[in-house]
Design a protein around this ligand. Sequence first.
Ligand code: ATP
Length: 754
Amino acid sequence: MHLKSLELNGFKSFARKSEFIFDVPIIAIVGPNGSGKSNIVESIRFVLGEQSVKSMRGKTGSDLIFKGSNSISKMSRASVNIVFDNTDRVFHLHHHNNAKINIDFNEVVISREVFADGGNKYKINGHEVRMKDVHELIASVNIGTSGHHIISQGEADRYLNANIKDRRELIEEALGLKVYQYRLKESLRKLDRSEKNMRESEMLRRELAPHLRFLKRQVDKIEKAKHLRTDLAESYKIYFSKEDYLIRDITESIESEKTILNERFSAVNTFLSSHQNPDNVSVYTEEKQIIEKKSFIEGWQEKISLNTRELGKIEGMISLLEKQELDSKKPVENKTKKHPGFSYDQVKNFFIKITKSLNLLKIENIDAIVSDIKSELDVFVKIENATVERNIVDNSIEITELNRKKQILIDATTEAQNYIAELSIDISKFDAELLQKRSAERESQKHYYEHVAVKKELEGKKELLAEKIHSLNGRITSRNEEYNEAVVLIGESEIQYQQTLVDEDNAITEITQEQSRRLLERSKIRLEDMGGGSGIETLKEYEDTMKRDEFLAKEITDITETIESLHSVITDLKQTLNTEFDAGVKKINVQFDKFFKLMFGGGDAELVSSLVKKRSKKRVEGEQLELIEDEENKEKEYGIDIKVKLPRKKITDLEMLSGGERSLTSIALLFALSQVNPPPFLVLDETDAALDEANSQRYGDMVEQLSKYSQLIVVTHNRETMSRAQTLFGVTLGRDDASTMLSLRLEDAEKYAK
Ligand code: ATP
């Protein structure tokens, strides 16, 4: 693989299209100062994707376009094509995703255009590509963008000028270890990004944690509430079934009680309205009769007593008259013969006998008594008849009259007594009847008041019943309120129940219901405290948050794995880099020392690894800032130091070298690097500027030696160097201020030598 040609069109001073054919190992570009030689070098940088306009001595992209002159107008675009030989197919494109880029050709053409607005266009074999693709393509043939293979004017000693850290980087690049460095940087970048992601994920997860915990508690609560609600729904079903059952039962019992009560009421009312108040005591005829009869008896008794008195008087008079008669018939001499008259005792006995008979007078033996009284009277008359009359006094008429009167009285008395007897019988008859009536009356009175009492009792019962109805209604209202509350709390469908739930064997009582009610109330309050609603949103949020947390956890695990693998990749890369670098440095040192000895005719030169002292700013007491050693930084970094020992001199410090010595050392190192890892081509812009003749000779030798491995394009004013080239291009600046290229022979070229 080598450079075949370079074509500039509108690039910097090359207003016209100029093509350089590079088909030899050493090409020299010669020409007067300011003719545009360095522009050619820069065009190579440009076409290979140089990003820094400054490194091409411009401020903006448009500075790379021909600016115009007196005779040529300014251009709107600059383009550079570079053609590589690819017969050995060393170019590679791994990562391109543009299937159109086909590099399976003997030539690979890279083109770049820059426009006035600074825009760029890249092409590989005529296909527009991204800058990245160009970078990748040239990286595959050990040409980096940093251009260790293009040493611009005055850049030869950049290895010497660089600090030990940057020097190491330059050397790494020259050794082709840039790819490891790139991968390392990429890995470190990935690591950094992963760690950032990790921190972010961890932070997000940490931030999420309290919310998740909160949601978990909510969800637990919701679950609990759900169970509680289910339990409550079941309890409600049973409770309401029982309550309904109880209400029905009470209603029925009230209804039947009402019916019975009404029946009894109407019965008692019927009775009471059909019966008079028994307080008005009735007066019976019997009573009047009895009074009347009694007064009759009294009348008769009065008559009897009058009669008795009259009878006494009559009897007295009779006695008197009879005595008179008796006394008048008594003889005066013979008194014995003479009727002695009736003694008092005789008369008294007579009366007693008669009275006795009369007292015994009764209807049935009245005849016997009358005849008794007659015979007594006969006896009494015989006695008187037997008496001797002397001045006889006859009172018989009066006596008879009196006796008649007497008899009338006796008869009347007897009659009165008979009446009294009859009346007494009547009275006792009426008494009996009255007694019967009174007892009947008392009986009915008792019955009436019994009904009154029953009515009172029924009224009391009615009141009680009314209370029962009232309390039943209250119960129904409460039940409906409870039901509505339950519907609100749990949902109607959840508490749908069937009456069959009631186990009638289990006694449902007011007490058990009250207990149930209290338990329900407690559960209800607990449920309400837990917060209503089904919590669907919270559950959803919990689920989402959970998922997010799981996602983050998974991500953290993934990132941890990534970080671990990155660490191991980094460790491996560093190790590889170090190993390869150390090996590379060893190889360079062999060449460096060789070239150094060649240049200086002796001495020693060596690249040595040296610890990079890191310094960091740290705040120390007060406002004073001080640079102190950062001891915390564990990983030590090594740079590359250059140790040289000039022959016959004790100088080892680079700073103390002369310009020429410095230049020689730079060239020795540059060539050593190129020798160890030869680039396909090497551009050296006046690297030989500071060399004296003897050294120019040596330089020329080295160039020749190097050209065995790398194609060399040298911009030079040095005759010796020119003499080593197989092709010489002369560059001049015309009157039109545009560079012109012409192929030269050595003799012609020598006029540009200093
Ligand atoms: P030396 O031998 O002194 O190093 P050189 O041959 O390398 O000189 P360059 O530095 O390549 O010369 O060219 C510089 C010339 O290119 C200058 O004359 C400058 O004006 C010209 N130039 C640079 N950029 C442009 C541009 N955009 N348009 C026109 N001319 C330009």
